[in-house]
Structures are given as structure tokens and as C-alpha cells.
Design a protein around this ligand. Structure first.
Ligand SMILES: [Mg+2]
Length: 323
């Protein structure tokens, strides 16, 4: 199977519209299997072992039929990086037509963060706002921000550790979403989220695919939100597929992040705040146009071989996937 993955492998470099995670170009590896296309796109600095779930997710997408869909369209939120310029904020919001929930990156500077929220509330007084802190605050900083921020839907990963989140929960009424605390855990099943987290963030690639994401959701018995990891349309379509198979889905999902890319391998248009669940099969001419250099292709091939040996192969064997 490794040979068939490497044989059909395409690597594309997608320019981003704005600086996100300090990234201005998102490199992703794509391959085709009997079921569809898979995307392998751990961020460049991730180790082989941290990349294992990303590879098993991509292989699952390409080789294993997904469970039946329970919904055909997924409500998505607008995702705003830490922008400060009102015109830039407004321009980016316009790329999310009909989205009534806005997720805002905060955490680096409380003054600028408050001002960003003020601008957004002024531009979109009816929108629901959620914030993502990526674990940047200590408990005191989180308490003081959350207890003076006004009405927000929830705060995603306000502090880094489960212990801090548990302490924070005693001090604020605002709902807490766990993202890194699950996604970066060695074993997402072993994390005790009780009295620490109200909602679990599911990201299909870092959690190892649809099967494992559904198991993680079931294990923690908490409401879930599905979000992307800034993937291309291929990876996003797999996140949409996960969202379509969840027994219940009460929140808009962070799967509209195609708006953060200046170019993509295919289009997944947002219409009235929703994206339709579809199989993305990128056009070869588009893949050729966006192709990264041969040197990068070889770098990714090697990364896949190393990630395969670092745990992806044994995971697939344990699952009994007939691939
Ligand atoms: Mg997050």
C-alpha cells in the first residue's frame, strides 16, 4: 500500500490570504485510493510520531468507506486570525457568507484582543462570538479575560493543561472547549476531562481519522465541534464527512477555513453559512499548477515512509483495514 500511496502522491503549496499560525504558504500532500482522495498535511515541524494519526486519517479517507452520513450540509463558523486592522477584518468576514458564528484567535495581547472583539461586534452585532486561545493564558489571565469579555459562545483551550482548565472552570461560567488537550495528548482516551472541559474539539487528521474521532467523542460523552487543521479542500471534505456522521452536532464547525487560503485544489463554497458534504476529487491540471518542487515532493515521500514506520503501518494492521 505504501507504494501505491507514494506512486500517486501530489504535493501542492497553497498561498494563504493572511498570516495564520505564522504560515504564508500551506504545503499539503495528497494521494488517491480506491475510495477517494486523502490528505496528509501535518505542519512541517511535527515529528514522525506526531504525524502518525495524520497519515492514518489520510489512508482511511482514501481506502476505507466512511460510515453513513446523517446530514448533508454542515453549518460552519467564520475563522478570524489575530488581525487588528478593521478593513482587513471586514474583508475576511465577507469571505464567509451567511456565517452567524465567528471564531476569533486571541491570547497574545489582551488590549489588542479586546479591541479585535469590539471591532467584530460593531461589524456583526448579531453574530455569536467564540474565542480560541491555543492555551496561551494562565488561570488568572483567563479568569480576568473571560469574566469581562461579555457574551461569548465559548472559549477554546484558554489554558494549556487539564489541571488549569479544571481550576478555571471553578472561576467562570463560560463554556470551555478542549482542543490541544485532546489533540496533543499521547492518548486522547486517557485524558480525564471531567470538570475541566464542556465540549470536545474534533479534528479528523490529528485524531487519526473518522473511526477514531467517533470513538474519542463516544468515550468522553461530551458535545463536540469539528474543526479543520487548515487543510486543502481534500482534507476539509474529510472533516465535513466526520461532521456528517456524528450522532449529534450542536455547534457550527470550524470547517470554513478554505477562506484563509488564497488558492485551493478545489472549491467547497459556503452558502448561507453551510458547506455541502461532497467528495473532493481535484482536477489534475489544478494539482499540476499548484505543484511544489520535486525536492519538496521527495521530502514528503520520505516523511510518509518514516511516519509509516513510526506507527501508521501497525495502526492499520491493528484496525484490520483491508488496504
Ligand atoms: Mg484550537
Amino acid at each position: 500500500m505504501l507504494d501505491s500511496i507514494l506512486g500517486s502522491l501530489r504535493v501542492v503549496a497553497l498561498a494563504t490570504r493572511t498570516d495564520f499560525r505564522s504560515i504564508t504558504s500551506r504545503e499539503v500532500a495528497l494521494f488517491e485510493g480506491p475510495v477517494g482522495w486523502g490528505e496528509f498535511s501535518p505542519f512541517l515541524e511535527y515529528s514522525y510520531s506526531e504525524s502518525v494519526p495524520w497519515l492514518t486519517s489520510a489512508i482511511e479517507a482514501a481506502f476505507v468507506p466512511a460510515p453513513p452520513a446523517l446530514r448533508s450540509d454542515i453549518a460552519v463558523n467564520a475563522t478570524l486570525p489575530a488581525l487588528d486592522n478593521p478593513a482587513e477584518i471586514q474583508a475576511l468576514l465577507e469571505t464567509y457568507p451567511g456565517c452567524s458564528v465567528i471564531k476569533v484567535k486571541v491570547g497574545n495581547d489582551p488590549g489588542k484582543d479586546r479591541e479585535r472583539l469590539r471591532i467584530i461586534r460593531e461589524l456583526r452585532p448579531d453574530a455569536k462570538i467564540r474565542i480560541d486561545v491555543n492555551g496561551l493564558w494562565n488561570v488568572d489571565q483567563a479568569t480576568s479575560f473571560l469574566n469581562s469579555v461579555g457574551d461569548i459562545e465559548y472559549a477554546e483551550q484558554p489554558c494549556a493543561t487539564v489541571e488549569e482548565l479544571r481550576e478555571l472552570k471553578k472561576r467562570t461560567q463560560i463554556k470551555i472547549v478542549g482542543d490541544e488537550v485532546i489533540r496533543k495528548a499521547k492518548d486522547p482516551f486517557a485524558v480525564d476531562l471531567s470538570d475541566a472541559v464542556d465540549i470536545v474539539m474534533l479534528k479528523v487528521a490529528p485524531l487519526g481519522g473518522i473511526t477514531r474521532s467517533l470513538e474519542i467523542a463516544k468515550h468522553h460523552k461530551l458535545p463536540v465541534v469539528v474543526s479543520s487543521a487548515l487543510e486543502s479542500a481534500v482534507g476539509i471534505s474529510y472533516g465535513l464527512k466526520l461532521a456528517s456522521t456524528l450522532p449529534s452536532l450542536d455547534f457550527a464547525c470550524g470547517l470554513g477555513t478554505g477562506s484563509l487560503l488564497a488558492v485551493d485544489v478545489d472549491q467547497l463554497p459556503i452558502k448561507d453559512g453551510m458547506i455541502e458534504v461532497t467528495d473532493v476529487r481535484p482536477d489534475i491540471s489544478v494539482l499540476n499548477k499548484l505543484a511544489a518542487s520535486n525536492e519538496r515532493l521527495n521530502w514528503w515521500k520520505n516523511r510518509i515512509r518514516m511516519t509509516w514506520s513510526a506507527g501508521a503501518e501497525s495502526y492499520i494492521y491493528e484496525r484490520g483495514w483491508n488496504v
